[in-house]
Ligand binder design. Structure first.
Ligand SMILES: Cc1cc2nc3c(=O)[nH]c(=O)nc-3n(C[C@H](O)[C@H](O)[C@H](O)COP(=O)(O)O)c2cc1C
Length: 351
């Protein structure tokens, strides 16, 4: 850990202003912004702020253990890095640096189809598992080929984004004049030059339940659907063979006035009833946010923007510092609520 980072970045929130100083304005706006008037963006964090914690005292919490088991694998902590597109815009090594940092911090890295490094490169760079996030494309054969590539890559799970039939109204990023730089090659999307245009047009490819069932049939990897907010959709995801779901409003980037993802979690957890693990993302910035998500039914959490800012500020080391800070905050919050292990975190922790 560079002493430089640890002497000036004390919380995940500190990465944001530090990155803002370094990033081109339009690129910062691309990351920081969300859909519409950004009411959901604010809610993602504000909803965590409203939840209070009920601590228990006088228990042996000398060594809080934040480890979890996910798909048969033991992880040192429940923090994953969410799929974020085009990471070479934030740092020259992009996803390679992010996955290396994730590996050093024991965090699963989820690579986006619209990433600027290949899944094979990220698997090689990370000492921890890498998952691949599939963005459905209009060419069915292309989807099949991509899943076959992921199957052979050493990736440990296949995720599919299910919440983006069309792109959200990202007016703030357009106001800032944001455009994806021509030189951003995306190795999973056709050729270098066609690539960007393909992403723009192909995200309009409509994905439906039968397609998801078909994708499920193409892999024996754990299969994860990302972007669920409704208990009926959660139940249907399990019916089509999902091994986990990610409760998410896409970082508030799709439709404004959706609820905060933490608000959607309890009813989904109730419906899922422990049949599959539930992951959640959106607005998690503190160890206490992670604690609250776990208390309300999540098995693990994803962070998005904070690690992008960390990547911009400190490359792989920044990502390590980001995950370590959140993990340390979680472990401290566990000790201060009398929870020595993740298994002891349940609804009784909510005030
Ligand atoms: C710049 C940016 C790019 C993103 N790209 C993708 C993507 O390619 N695929 C996807 O499923 N989600 C994408 N997301 C959503 C994230 O995976 C995640 O759901 C969200 O960022 C979590 O919220 P948080 O940023 O508040 O932690 C992106 C988010 C951001 C900020």
């Amino acid at each position: 850990m560079s002493s430089d980072l640890s002497s000036r970045i004390f919380s995940l929130a500190d990465f944001d202003p530090a990155a803002r100083e370094l990033m081109p304005h339009a690129v910062y706006e691309y990351v920081a912004s969300a859909a519409g008037d950004e009411l959901t963006l604010r809610e993602n964090e504000a909803a965590f702020d409203r939840i209070k914690i009920r601590p228990r005292v006088l228990r042996d919490v000398a060594r809080p253990d934040a480890s979890i088991t996910l798909f048969g694998e033991t992880l040192a902590h429940p923090i994953l890095l969410a799929p974020i597109a085009y990471q070479r815009m934030f740092q020259p090594e992009g996803e390679i640096a992010a996955s290396r940092g994730a590996g050093e911090a024991g965090a699963i890295f989820i690579l986006s189809t619209a990433g600027t490094a290949s899944v094979e490169e990220c698997v090689a760079a990370s000492a921890a598992p890498v998952w691949f996030l599939h963005y459905w494309q209009s060419d069915r054969g292309f989807n099949g080929d991509l899943v076959a590539r992921v199957n052979a890559s050493g990736a440990k799970a296949l995720c599919v984004t299910v919440d983006t039939p069309v792109l959200g109204d990202r007016r703030r990023q357009f106001r800032a004049g944001f455009g994806i730089p021509e030189e951003m090659a995306t190795p999973h999307l056709y050729d270098r030059n066609a690539g960007l245009r393909e992403v723009a047009s192909q995200q309009r490819a409509i994905l439906t339940w039968p397609d998801v069932a078909w994708l499920r049939s193409l892999t024996t990897l754990p299969f994860v659907l990302k972007g669920i907010l409704d208990p009926d959709d959660a139940a249907r995801a399990i019916d089509v063979g999902a091994d986990a779901i990610i409760v998410s409003n896409h970082g508030a980037r799709n439709l404004d006035t959706l609820p905060a993802s933490i608000e959607a979690l309890p009813t989904i957890a109730e419906r899922v009833g422990g049949r599959v693990p539930i992951l959640i993302d959106g607005g998690l910035r503190r160890g206490t946010d992670v604690l609250k998500a776990l208390a309300l039914g999540a098995t693990a959490v994803l962070i998005g923007r904070p690690y992008v800012y960390a990547l911009a500020v400190g490359g792989a080391e920044g990502v390590v510092h980001c995950v370590n800070l959140l993990r340390q905050e979680l472990e401290r919050a566990m000790a201060l609520t009398g929870r020595a292990s993740i298994a002891e975190i349940d609804r009784t922790l909510i005030w």
